[in-house]
Design a protein around this ligand. Structure first.
Ligand SMILES: Nc1ncnc2c1ncn2[C@@H]1O[C@H](COP(=O)(O)OP(=O)(O)OP(=O)(O)O)[C@@H](O)[C@H]1O
Ligand SMILES: [Mg+2]
Length: 241
């Protein structure tokens, strides 16, 4: 689905990625783990076309898309879930969603998209008439996520989706991620919560200091689980994950 081949990238003179290679398989979930500053967000930016690699290649569905801009990759089906809680506080949940969906699908299509969003996030359905500004942070993030996933992206990339969310909300979000994976979307998820990520991941990539420190399939490498935590924690906080 998506392949990075010896990708190098950075910001001005500063290099943040060194020879990064890994693959996101079709209709599977790849968890991208690693301590703070290890390069996870830099990888995400490369995959979305927000940062151009200085060397190496990005392949998407077998095509070389190295250097393609974000809007082009988005059109090709790579969607990046925003970290923030980008809602209009004074509008209701339904008005927020309908605004986006009408732009995307027209007035008629918006109805179907709304139904789909409520199916994926029942909690939003229950709160459709509540003003979005009074939603909890986690619920606001669900609104943001609902906006992007009704596109049925081919590849959904999330960066620390669960950051700051209550466990019950995280579980709901993960259930939704599993649902869209089952519906045919591939996922690349950046997670601080290692155990949570492993409940869903088919493949794991652990970054350390801008390089891939460990990578493999969760069902093939028996001792992978034992090696992940030390790899992630190699240079990090004792309470990570
Ligand atoms: N815009 C930027 N300009 C300069 N350096 C940057 C920029 N963005 C990131 N970096 C540097 O690149 C390195 C990798 O950062 P990155 O954000 O990819 O890490 P991360 O794994 O996502 O970390 P975190 O878990 O804290 O989000 C860090 O040393 C960071 O300081
Ligand atoms: Mg980051």
């Amino acid at each position: 689905m998506l392949e990075l081949r010896d990708v190098e990238a950075g910001y001005g003179p500063f290099r943040s990625l060194f020879g990064v290679s890994f693959t996101v398989r079709e209709q599977s979930v790849t968890a991208l783990l690693g301590s703070n500053g290890s390069g996870k967000t830099s990888v995400v930016r490369v995959c979305c076309g927000l940062v151009e690699p200085t060397a190496g290649k990005l392949l998407y569905q077998g095509k070389d898309v190295t250097g393609s801009r974000a809007y082009r990759l988005a059109r090709m089906g790579i969607v990046h879930a925003p970290e923030g809680r980008s809602v209009f506080g004074s509008l209701t949940v339904e008005e927020n969603l309908a605004l986006t969906f009408r732009q995307l699908f027209g007035r008629r299509g918006a109805k179907g998209a709304l139904a789909k969003a409520y199916e994926l996030f029942p909690r939003l359905g229950e709160r459709r008439r509540q003003s979005a500004g009074t939603l909890s942070g986690g619920e606001q993030r669900m609104v943001s996520l609902a906006r992007v996933i009704v596109h049925a992206p081919k590849l959904l990339i999330t960066d620390e989706l669960s950051l700051g969310l209550a466990p019950v909300i995280i579980d709901e979000v993960y259930e939704t991620l599993a649902t869209i994976r089952d519906a045919g979307t591939s996922l690349l998820i950046v997670e601080q919560r290692v155990r949570q990520a492993l409940t869903l991941a088919d493949d794991v990539v652990v970054m350390a200091k801008g390089r891939v420190a460990l990578a493999g399939r969760t069902d093939e490498l028996g001792d992978l689980g034992d090696r992940i935590m030390p790899a992630v924690q190699g240079e990090t906080l004792p309470d990570a994950g």
